[in-house]
Design a protein around this ligand. Structure first.
Ligand code: URA
Length: 431
């Protein structure tokens, strides 16, 4: 191990055999944390070559089980978002792409910090089961083209151990380490092709467009080198996506979007990501043609029907989809009032996410429970004109103390005198 740390420190390239040895040894707890920490820090400073990144990703895939989706007919395309506030795209994208005939066999996670993950959001629907046996999961995708379940605990376990170590040794922020971490889980999940939504901005993991672009390029390259068609969209997270933040509130917004009445930014992002999923699945020649196909499906109500079928198959209460007022609903709403006039310049997505967490929409630690009904609904977004005394957002609460959330939400809004043009949503596509 000392030789490998030394080699990396001197910016030399490690072989596949060396990287395999390193990952296997760490996963078996044969390599101590202090040596792995030194190695990770060397990677932070000297980087990794394309070959090393691929070998690292593949070694982490081999550390656990790989999901075999070969029993599902058709080309399976997965989508991954690097994470943002108000990101409920999977709830809409899954049924939309499935309604276009592309099988969606998706494994999702729970959120930690900010708001819940896709699984938490789905569990806002009464009875919804997200732990399903693999054979039933596969059967459901063959029958209705869609299932979303919890991620297997044994997917890329070496990444789990390494990530925990990176978290406490200031070695998370390294593009080769982030890219191989994300891609190891995606490759192990078994899809044939992958569409990545790489977000940047104040509410995202990547704060600048340049860093997000480099991460996207690195992940696309790993995907391609591993034999999977991969594309990445670089998208804005300088304000939350859509209006709703909080589990049941996000499900309600997803239902509205499936009915064609969703927020413009959310609908546009879903259509653009979905279009690339159709292209990679070989269903459409171009993203433009795929976009038109998906718009037609959304207008026809077919995506909403697929969502209801999916909820029914996984034990959820479909009457809550027909009548979203039956979903968990908070007892009170408290407005966030503007003491300024002007135009919204930006909305600190991270502050809004943390504000929602403080009233119970997300977990600060793994053990915390979530109140499905609570959250924040934005009433104003970037570019909107504001008068003094206008409500900027509504906090949905169930008697929780919301003073801190009110303060954080108010200060998340940056308001200026001069008009602000509507922000760009999609900055680039790397394919
Ligand atoms: N998300 C991951 O899964 N891994 C990282 O390294 C960073 C973010």
């Amino acid at each position: 191990m000392v030789d490998l740390i030394q080699k990396k420190k001197q910016k030399q390239e490690l072989s596949q055999e060396e990287i395999d040895w390193l990952i296997r040894g760490y996963a078996r707890q044969e390599i101590p944390e202090y040596q792995m920490s030194a190695f990770l820090m060397a990677v932070c400073f000297t980087g990794m070559t394309a070959q090393e990144r691929l070998f690292l990703t593949q070694a982490m895939v081999r550390s656990g089980e790989t999901i075999d989706l070969s029993q599902i007919e058709g080309i399976k395309v997965d989508k991954h978002s690097t994470g943002g506030v108000g990101d409920k795209t999977s709830l809409i994208l899954g049924p939309l792409v499935a309604a276009a005939g592309v099988p969606v066999a998706k494994m999702s996670g729970r959120g930690l910090g900010f708001t819940g993950g896709t699984l938490d959001k789905l569990e806002a629907i009464d009875g919804m089961k997200v732990e399903i046996a693999m054979k039933d999961f596969i059967q459901q995708v063959n029958d209705i083209k869609l299932s979303i379940i919890g991620q297997s605990q044994d997917l890329a376990p070496a990444d789990k151990y390494l990530y925990a170590l990176r978290d406490v040794t200031a070695t998370v922020e390294s593009i080769p380490l982030i890219a191989s971490s994300i891609m190891s889980k995606k490759l192990a999940a078994g899809a044939d092709a992958i569409v990545l939504d790489v977000k940047f901005g104040n509410g995202a993991f990547m704060k600048t467009l340049d860093d997000a672009r480099e991460l996207a390029r690195t992940m696309v390259e790993i995907g391609k080198d591993a034999g999977k068609k991969t594309a990445a969209l670089l998208t804005d997270m300088n304000q939350p996506l859509g209006f709703a933040i909080g589990n049941a509130l996000e499900v309600k917004e997803a239902i509205e979007t499936l009915k064609g009445n969703g927020p413009k930014d959310l609908q546009e992002l879903v259509l653009r990501l979905g279009a690339w999923m159709l292209v990679l699945a070989g269903k459409s020649e171009t993203p433009e043609a795929a976009y038109d196909t998906l718009s037609g499906i959304l207008d026809s109500g077919a995506a909403l029907s697929t969502f209801k079928e999916f909820v029914k198959r996984q034990g959820g209460d479909v009457s809550q989809i027909d009548d979203p007022a039956k979903l968990p609903t908070a007892r009170q709403t408290v407005p966030v009032i503007s003491d300024q006039e002007g135009f919204v310049k930006s909305i600190g997505a991270q502050s809004i996410g943390v504000a929602a967490m403080t009233i119970g929409a997300g977990r600060a630690t793994k053990e915390d429970s979530i109140d499905m009904a609570v959250g924040i609904v934005l009433l104003k977004k970037v570019g909107d004109r504001i008068a003094k005394g206008d409500a900027l957002a509504l906090l949905h609460v169930n008697g929780q103390d919301c003073q801190e959330a009110l303060r954080m939400s108010r200060s998340a809004y940056c308001i200026q005198e001069a008009p602000v043009s509507a922000p760009t949503l999609i900055y680039d596509i790397i394919s």
